[in-house]
Design a protein around this ligand. Sequence first.
Ligand code: ADP
Length: 168
Amino acid sequence: MSPDGGVAVCPGSYDPVTNGHVDIIARAARVFDRVVVGVVDQPVRKSKTLFSAQERRAFLLQATQKVPNVEIDVFDTLLVDFARKHGARALVKGLRAISDFEYEFEMNQLNRKLAPDIESVYLMASPEYSFLSSSGVRELATFGADIKDLVPNGVAQALHDRLSRDSG
Ligand code: ADP
C-alpha cells in the first residue's frame, strides 16, 4: 500500500492490553486518520505470551470498539514491513517514566536505518498510567490482586481464569 501520512501503527505485545495501552491508542486515533494496532505474534524480547495472539487481538477489539478509526491486526514480520503493508508513515509508541526510553531509543535507530521514510512518534504516558505495564498486571493477578481498574472490561476475569488454570 502506498504510504499515507494519515495512517499510524501502534505496535506491542499487549499481553494483555491495559488501560495505559487504550489511552495511547485513543490519543493516536485523535491525531491520525487511521490507527492500526499491531499485535506481535511472538515477541522476541519477552518470554512466551500468556495469551495467544488471537486472544490478545480479541481483547483489543473489545477495548477499542468505540473508537471508529482503529483496527487490530496480528503480525510476525519486521515492524517496518508491517507498517508498509498498511501504508503507514508513522509508528506510535507510548513512553512511560524513564524505563522505556533506552529500549525505544535503540529501536528508533534500527527502524530509522531500515525505513527512513517511516517516522516514529512518541506519546507521553498519561500520569495515571505511567507505572502500568502488562507484566505488572500479570504479576498482581498472579497473587490475586484486584486489577479491574487497570485493564479493560473482561480482561481481569480472563487473566484470573488463565492464571488459575495454569497453576491448577
Ligand atoms: P508492555 O511493556 O506493557 O508489555 P507492550 O510491549 O505491549 O507493553 O507495549 C506496547 C506499547 O505501549 C509500547 O509503546 C509501550 O511503551 C506502550 N505502553 C505500554 N503501557 C503503557 C502505559 N501504561 N502508558 C503508555 N504507554 C504504554
